[in-house]
Design a protein around this ligand. Structure first.
Ligand SMILES: CC(C)(COP(=O)(O)OP(=O)(O)OC[C@H]1O[C@@H](n2cnc3c(N)ncnc32)[C@H](O)[C@@H]1OP(=O)(O)O)[C@@H](O)C(=O)NCCC(=O)NCCS
Length: 190
């Protein structure tokens, strides 16, 4: 955890990573407004609402969530969150949510954020990580597949967009140890 903030190299230049805190509330709202409506659907909450971001910060402060933010010139270009649920018996499980701004995709930032989250997961004794996405989020599916995630459940008609249309959600999961076994190719160390 002491490795933040840090500079990272993307395909199109440099960016910085830091852990989210209350100081990021306004910038996170500005970032949310740059996101296509469709991409917001796999998130559990509507991050266009200021009170949702405030409650996210409270979860970070209580240790339930950890969010890594990527910035360029202090502007948020993406983030990834590890979120532990409320279930006592599933305290070894966390959900991973990742979002990169449309103008910054395919620059390598998504993979770097995921790598950092796995480093944190190892540190926090999280054993299983899952991620949810709509079926057409091909970038996300490819990225997670490559990292060893496998489809675990298809949740039919799980989300309803702002126009009222329903979409299926795919839940993919991986054991942190499986990911760890591939760590050499992702530059991970315990
Ligand atoms: C998924 C997402 C986070 C990927 O971020 P990114 O910064 O674009 O990803 P990277 O540049 O690090 O790419 C990593 C790998 O993902 C895959 N990938 C990313 N975008 C892709 C696309 N549009 N089509 C196919 N594969 C893609 C590739 O395998 C890529 O590796 P490569 O560049 O060596 O080919 C980003 O597309 C996003 O925010 N999507 C919307 C939100 C979402 O679907 N979140 C996932 C649900 S948890």
């Amino acid at each position: 955890m002491e490795t933040f903030p840090k500079e990272i190299e993307l395909r199109n230049g440099q960016a910085s990573l830091h852990l989210m805190s209350e100081h990021d509330t306004t910038d996170m709202l500005a970032f949310a407004k740059t996101l296509p409506a469709h991409d917001l659907m796999f998130l559990r909450r509507d991050i266009l609402q200021p009170h949702v971001i405030e409650s996210w910060v409270r979860k970070i402060e209580s240790g339930k969530n950890i969010t890594v933010i990527a910035t360029v010139d202090k502007e948020i270009i993406g983030y990834g969150t590890l979120s532990r649920g409320e279930i006592d018996w599933s305290r070894h499980v966390a959900e991973l949510r990742i979002m990169v701004g449309p103008n910054h995709r395919e620059t390598g930032v998504g993979r770097i954020i995921v790598r950092e989250l796995f480093r944190i997961a190892l540190d926090k004794s999280i054993e299983k990580i899952y991620a949810r996405m709509t079926l057409d989020q091909t970038g996300a599916r490819k990225l997670f597949q490559e990292l060893g995630f496998h489809p675990e459940a298809l949740l039919e008609n799980e989300v309803k967009d702002r126009e009222g249309k329903v979409h299926d959600v795919l839940s993919m999961a991986v054991d942190v140890e499986t990911f760890h076994a591939r760590r050499d190719s992702y530059g991970l160390t315990r």
